[in-house]
Design a protein around this ligand. Sequence first.
Ligand SMILES: O=C(O)CCC(=O)C(=O)O
Length: 194
Amino acid sequence: MHQTSLFDNDPQQPVDDAEGGVRYLPGVFERDWCERLFAVLWEQAAWNSQQRMMYERLVEVPRRVATYRLDRDALPPMLAQTAERVRDTLGAPFNSVGLNLYRDGRDSVAPHNDKLHDLIPGQPIAVLSLGATRRMTLRAKRAPHRVWHMDLQAGSLVTMSHASQYHYDHGIPKQPGVLEPRISLAFRVRPPPA
Ligand SMILES: O=C(O)CCC(=O)C(=O)O
């Protein structure tokens, strides 16, 4: 399996396609902004635990989640300001955000692609990281299943094109050495509510 590491401080683009591919953009948000937003979300987000069927057993999803429609729901003001900055930075009309809270390195998200039926074609997905640095693994669906690792620092954005979701899975593997929490904010462009 081919592996490529991505290093700090330079925008990186492991995958290219006609819609921008997958890019890692470190240092988009300042440290102070990230720390304040982390504290607000930790305290105020409507965190849920979820369960999934796995091998005919109901198991707890190993992270906490919260979801907001940016155009409809009451938001902590700093979350609304952050969404505005992400929209301005990337020029995409994000109207939804999914929050993930990884309490420590035992929490994770399995490799997956975003469900495309509920996204507007051509619009990207953007993930803002806060708190502990965690590794994102990006894996090509097609053999030889090339793999990239991106260490997602607080204040960074990862952008993934809609098209990339057909060809690559992404996930946050467990990382036992990580003792501190991380929050990620996944911004998406969804169709208007029915
Ligand atoms: O936490 C992350 O960086 C990834 C989140 C993710 O894959 C998702 O919300 O679908």
